[in-house]
Design a protein around this ligand. Structure first.
Ligand code: GLA
Length: 409
């Protein structure tokens, strides 16, 4: 057995021994008890960010109803850094953030929002900015002094091996715990080192399971690279046992509303999705209990983007306090069926038509382990569509039906 496999095995045993490693916040509750929700700068602005745009986006989170629907983080991604001062304290770029990061955090907090920031477990970030290796304790304390509530910690420019990744993430995880502030820790090494086996032990509340999402339904061929919605679904859907309150599989940002915008999500075939596909992403990310990070321009949202991102019945599936990631019950060339138990005894059921044509199907609930009759509520039509032991109907190409099933007498 190779050293790397032995290491993963040990990490795996450790994970199982403390399967639900949860970090407690100062008030005794667990950190990130539900999948974090918010808006992230990356796919709209890339590294061309500044305090004015971020404040406008914070205002828009409130005015569009996003905050009320649960999106309560503003996540600043790569590109905010301006190097270090003469005491080696990391600083924000003074041209992009002339008022400083503390003032921005205060502004964001005054709106009832929380602030996320970004760094990397190496000397430079993915976009080539100052990162935190060797300065973990100091940077965590600086972030805490600004009032940061969340850190996305990337892994560009770092060694490939899982041992080093484990050590580097654990070092920052510990630094955040020592910082005196509750800071949620988002691990972003893109899934290659199976972070679901070790990232919770390293202090993470969530970990990316895949490479970066692109604004497309699926990879057209192996050479194209870049992950589409379906590619990420297929990588993530078998990982349900690792998700729960305080530890989530992160499927990367929602591409809803980007509509083929140029920039990070627009390369590698990211030419945009249909509204049916965006709606599917919202359904699938929700039932799989993934963090919901929008990244479109909230100041100028189409009615479709609003309808999709603000569907409270769908968000309730994502934010259900039981915190279970759906179990994949069926997966073949035509269909993916996912079932998520909910806290009040209901189930969320997603049926995805993977084919390129509309199909009629029958889903027999007994085949999912659900016996008897259920009230069937369609969470996109917002109405009851039956009371039965099965659902039968037509599903469009790439559409995901999302139902809430409640036991009927
Ligand atoms: C990596 C991450 C992205 C984004 C960029 C920033 O690619 O996976 O989500 O944070 O870096 O440079």
């Amino acid at each position: 057995m190779k050293v790397r496999s032995i290491y993963i095995l040990i990490l795996c045993c450790l994970f199982n021994a403390a399967a639900y490693a949860q970090i407690k916040a100062k008030d005794g509750t667990i950190l990130a008890p539900k999948p974090p929700m918010g808006w992230m700068t990356w796919n709209y602005f890339a590294d061309q960010i500044n305090e004015k745009d971020i404040m406008e986006m914070a205002d828009a989170i409130v005015s569009t109803g996003m905050l009320e629907a649960g999106y309560n983080y503003v996540f600043i991604d790569d590109g905010w850094q301006g190097g270090r001062d003469n005491r080696n304290n990391i600083i924000a770029d003074p041209k992009k953030f002339p008022s400083g990061m503390k003032a921005l955090a205060d502004y964001v907090h005054s709106k009832g929002l929380k602030l996320g920031i970004y760094s990397d477990a190496a000397l430079l970030t993915c976009a080539g900015y100052t990162a935190s290796l060797g300065f973990e304790e100091q940077d965590a304390k600086v972030f805490a002094s600004w009032g940061v509530d969340y850190l996305k910690y990337d892994y560009c420019n770092a060694p490939d091996d899982v041992e080093t990744a484990g050590v580097r993430y654990k070092t920052m995880g510990q630094a955040l715990r020592n910082s005196g502030r509750d800071i949620v820790f988002g691990i972003c090494e893109w899934g290659g080192r199976k972070p679901w086996l070790w990232a919770a032990q390293a202090g993470g509340q969530l970990w990316r399971t895949t490479n970066d999402v692109r604004d497309k339904w699926k990879r057209r061929n192996a050479e194209e690279g870049g992950e589409g919605i379906l590619d990420i679904l297929d990588l993530n859907a078998s990982l349900h046992q690792y998700a729960g309150p305080g530890h989530w599989n992160d499927m990367d940002m929602l591409v809803v509303g980007l509509n083929g915008k140029k920039g990070p999500s627009g390369d590698l075939g990211g030419t945009g999705c249909t509204n049916t596909e965006y709606q599917s992403q919202m359904s699938l990310w929700s039932i799989l209990a993934a963090p919901l990070a929008a990244t479109n321009d909230l100041r100028d949202m189409s009615e479709d983007a609003k309808r999709i991102l603000l569907n409270k019945e769908v968000i309730a599936v994502n934010q259900d306090v039981l915190g279970q990631q759906a179990i994949r019950k069926m997966n073949n060339g035509n269909w993916t069926i996912l079932l998520k138990p909910l806290e009040n005894g209901d189930y969320a059921l997603a049926i995805l038509n993977r084919t390129n044509t509309s199909q009629i199907t029958v889903c027999d609930f007994a085949s999912l382990g659900l016996n008897g009759k259920y009230q069937i509520r369609d969470l996109w039509q917002h109405k009851l569509v039956g009371k039965d032991k099965k659902w039968k109907g037509s599903i469009n190409a790439h559409e995901t039906k999302l139902f809430r099933l409640s036991k009927a007498n």
